[in-house]
Design a protein around this ligand. Structure first.
Ligand SMILES: CC(C)=CCNc1ncnc2c1ncn2[C@@H]1O[C@H](COP(=O)(O)O)[C@@H](O)[C@H]1O
Length: 250
């Protein structure tokens, strides 16, 4: 970890993605692949035994005591009571609230990101990793959680929401509940999905149904538990049908 004067002026993501400037950096790209690889290896190693988990996303700027902070804390607590680990971006605001709700009752995970300004993981974390690359970190959220809960937030939150939505819509991940918390905040976006995106044929009429909207932390947990129960039932049914087909064929 670097702090104060030792903090570099640019981030690893910036140096990787910036094609302008000194060509010296370009010659280092092949070596960067190894650094990226090691970040995947470290993430896979630390998270492999996390068990069933749900990621909680939302604004880094929300302060303790605010309505959304308390809501996120209750969501974290409810998820842990239902047997899930809680994964967040490890920072302040909603992330901190989600981790705080999960801790000390359950497993609280923070997947932090190196930013151009100094920042520490919040203090309510059992397993914490600081990533240099956003895209490596995003892979970890998707790979190690079985649902996303998204509270109000800004660009970072939208990025995480739309990544998950695209992966579900395109069938890259299946049966992955995405729950939006905060009806007043999210309703205009859902209206826009239906009134503009569906109306202009940019998404299918059923695509907005990939999102579940609520204000109630207990409903968040209920929706996720039921979706996973249904998924397990489907898997068991498929396994029985496949076993019967194999037996019939032998
Ligand atoms: C005070 C401040 C701005 C700190 C930023 N520190 C952060 N630390 C960790 N994850 C972050 C941070 N900022 C954005 N993110 C990511 O983007 C989302 C929040 O971004 P936003 O505030 O909605 O756009 C979080 O779910 C998180 O995964």
């Amino acid at each position: 970890m670097l702090s104060g004067k030792a903090m570099p002026e640019s981030t690893y993501d910036q140096r990787l993605l910036d094609t302008r400037g000194s060509v010296e950096w370009l010659h280092q790209d092949p070596w960067r692949v190894l650094r990226i690889q090691s970040e995947f290896v470290e993430g896979f190693g630390l998270l492999a035994e996390v068990g069933p988990a749900v990621s909680v996303f939302g604004s880094a700027r929300i302060k303790p005591g605010s309505e959304y902070y308390e809501l996120a804390e209750r969501v974290g607590q409810g998820l842990v009571e239902a047997g899930y680990a809680v994964i967040t971006g490890g920072g302040p605001g909603i992330m901190e609230a989600g981790n705080k709700g999960a801790n000390p009752g359950g497993l609280s995970v923070g997947l932090g990101i190196e930013l151009p300004f100094e920042q520490q993981l919040n203090e309510h974390i059992d397993i914490g990793i600081s990533f240099r690359y956003f895209f490596v970190r995003k892979t970890m959220f998707i790979k190690y959680s079985q649902a996303f809960v998204v509270l109000p937030g800004g660009f970072g939150t939208m990025d995480e929401l739309f990544e998950a939505l695209t992966l579900v819509q395109t069938g890259k991940i299946t049966r992955f509940p995405i729950v939006l918390v905060g009806r007043e905040f999210w309703s205009p976006l859902l209206e826009w999905f239906k009134g503009t995106l569906v109306a202009e044929g940019m998404i299918s009429p059923e695509d907005p149904d990939l999102l579940h909207l609520t204000d109630d932390p207990e409903e968040v947990v209920r929706v996720i538990v039921e979706a996973h129960r249904e998924e397990n039932r489907r898997r068991e049914e498929t396994a029985v049908v496949e076993a019967a087909a194999t037996e019939a064929g032998t």
